[in-house]
Design a binder for this molecule. Structure first.
Ligand code: TYD
Ligand code: MG
Length: 571
């Protein structure tokens, strides 16, 4: 029995009412004052630390905890949060500026974010005086308090050797079985870590709910652990019937998968406590809310506080929690970007609109590498792992491209994410000369064409040239230069490039190939995708020496002439 099993067999959800102790007022709070409580609509008397400090008031909780406290309205002071209030005599709200890229907040507007240096990302948010009356941390603390193994303060620093004693790290993680499970496991760094908080992001409709429902079923079945156990899937977007319908289509029929439709995080945590699940899934973080926190669901405070509550829940109970989050193209302020700092792992699901393939990539992982990539196909009955990922680029049109000149594969990065894109070029000799580029900066395209003419001796001057990046992607970095040049060469020489060759490199004015950042990541991505050859600048070969790229051959080229000799003459 692995430690994970042990963890769940010791029934962590004991409801020990006796552990709820009436909170003692700190002696510090000795001065009594009466104020108007806008929530209860009446005057309340409470203790305050000193005459100058206005204690917080908070939404009365509806549990035992509240009962324990109801005679003493000073709990607001005990439950106070880190939000600083403006003077009560001033206006009811103040503005703060929050960066939509990294979540950094500032009291003043600056043209750019002082944390991540992005321009025009600072968005104004009104912080009301009642903001911060409740925080996710406290709510979770309250809900999970009764089954805490130890009271806060009783636990001191522990020696590493004591912490690790008796723990076998090789089976510490929760394994996911089958082809699909393996693919997800790999992206997670080798399995699901107990008590981890994982954010699954992606565009709306990409298949996040589908993925998580399948993962939930796998965890519930728990084949590796020997017996099924409950998994709670909470949706704030769909009714249980809708999820049931979807599960039915995907032929999921495990008894231990529990569905719940709710948007109140406190309610969700209470239900989760009662169920004692093996994992908890929240679909989506933008639909849940915490009563007492400013803003509607999806707002930055709500998203942050709800995540804080779930983080606390995960850490205290060792139940792994998955959050689903939508990303909007504009990098929505309340989107998962803000949460990336809080959670343990961020997985992004990507896919083209007209392709059934989906990539799952770890963007951040406290428990594993971020270089792993999971490749899936969306079928009428859910997601299936793609056994041979190179197939995804060998769709019908692409396999024909063995005989189609003018196509080349580039590997570009977006943040830390790697994308493989196809560049198309068409060189046509004709009376009316024109140049059309789509997805490549016009100036960059002109430069590459000029270098091809001057340094590689291609007679392109009497040709119309059309360039296109497939599926609307845009080349924003110079790593795609080599692929653009290769595509033009291929079309001009009417020499098709085999579809399993990728090109990575920047082009200099002398026709030389230059290094680009994150070479290792780019090359390993194409290797994982099943490419057979990758053309890179010569220095990259040295850099990548000793790394295992499977069957893929890394070809170092000094300049364009080298590329033409290697790709268009010998291959
Ligand atoms: P969904 O998981 O709802 O996306 P998200 O949660 O990211 O918004 O999936 C949306 C798409 O997936 C939808 O357009 C239909 C498609 N789909 C399938 O093709 N097969 C299936 O079995 C399921 C459940 C969905
Ligand atoms: Mg969904």
């Amino acid at each position: 029995m692995g430690p994970f099993q042990a963890l769940y067999s010791r029934t962590p959800f004991r409801t020990l009412a006796t552990t709820i102790k009436p909170l003692q007022l700190p002696k510090l709070y000795s001065t009594l004052s009466t104020i108007y409580d806008p929530l209860s609509g009446r005057l309340v008397t409470q203790a305050s630390p000193n005459p100058n400090q206005q204690p917080d008031s908070t939404r009365p909780p509806d549990s035992d905890y509240a009962n324990a406290l109801k005679d003493d309205r000073s709990y607001g002071a005990v439950l106070k949060t880190g939000f600083k209030k403006t003077s009560s005599s001033k206006s009811k709200s103040r503005s703060i500026w929050v960066c939509s890229e990294c979540g950094y907040s500032d009291g003043k507007w600056w043209g750019k974010c002082r944390e991540c240096n992005y321009y025009n990302t600072m968005k104004e948010l009104k912080e009301f005086d009642d903001a911060g009356k409740t925080s996710g941390f406290q709510v979770s603390e309250k809900v999970t308090r009764s089954w805490l193994p130890k009271e806060g303060g009783e636990v001191g620093p522990l020696r590493l050797t004591d912490v690790n004693r008796g723990v076998n790290h090789s089976n510490w993680r929760f394994p996911l079985t089958g082809l699909f499970g393996d693919e997800v496991s790999r992206v997670l760094g080798g399995g699901l870590v107990p008590g981890s908080l994982v954010l699954v992001g992606g565009d709306p409709g990409v298949g996040k709910s589908t993925l998580m429902l399948q993962v939930a079923a796998l965890i519930a079945e728990g084949q590796e652990l020997g017996k099924p156990a409950p998994v709670l899937y909470v949706s704030g977007e769909e009714s249980v019937e809708q999820i049931g319908n979807r599960a039915d289509r995907m032929e999921i029929s495990t008894d231990e998968l529990f569905l719940y439709s709710s948007t109140d995080i406190e309610d969700i945590l209470v239900k989760a406590q009662a169920l004692s699940p093996r994992a908890l899934i929240i679909d989506s973080i933008q639909t849940v809310h915490l009563a007492g926190v400013t803003g509607s669901a999806g707002g930055i405070y709500q998203v942050k506080e709800c995540t804080a509550a779930l983080l606390r829940f995960a850490k205290k109970t060792d139940v792994p929690v998955f959050l689903i989050g939508h990303v909007t193209k504009s990098g929505d302020i309340a989107g998962p970007r803000v949460l990336e700092h809080i959670v343990d792992a961020v997985l992004y699901m990507e896919g083209e609109q007209y392709s059934s393939h989906r990539l799952l990539r770890a963007f951040k992982n406290r428990f594993g590498s971020t270089d792993e990539l999971g490749v899936f196909e969306m079928t009428p009955c859910g997601l299936q792992a793609v056994k041979n990922p190179s197939e995804i680029f060998l769709s019908e049109e692409r396999s024909d491209s063995e005989f189609l000149a003018g196509l080349a594969i580039a590997v570009i990065m977006d943040g830390s994410r790697t994308f493989v894109v196809e560049i198309q070029a068409l060189c046509a000799a004709g009376a009316s000369l024109s140049r059309q580029v789509n997805g490549v900066q016009a100036g960059r395209a002109d430069m590459i064409i000029a270098v091809l003419m001057k340094q590689a001796g291609l007679r392109l001057q009497s040709n119309s040239i059309f360039l296109n990046v497939v599926s609307g992607a845009t080349l924003t970095e110079t790593a795609g230069d080599l692929a653009v040049a290769a595509a033009i060469c291929s079309s001009f020489l009417e020499f098709p490039i085999p579809s399993n060759v990728a090109f990575i490199g920047e082009l200099g004015l002398g026709g030389e190939l230059r290094m680009v950042p994150k070479m290792e990541k780019r090359v390993s991505t194409v290797a994982k995708l099943g490419y057979k050859k990758c053309v890179v600048p010569v220095p990259a070969v040295k850099l990548l020496k000793g790394l295992d790229f499977g069957e893929m051959e890394v070809l170092g080229c000094k300049d364009l002439k080298d590329v033409i000799n290697i790709v268009f003459v010998t291959s």
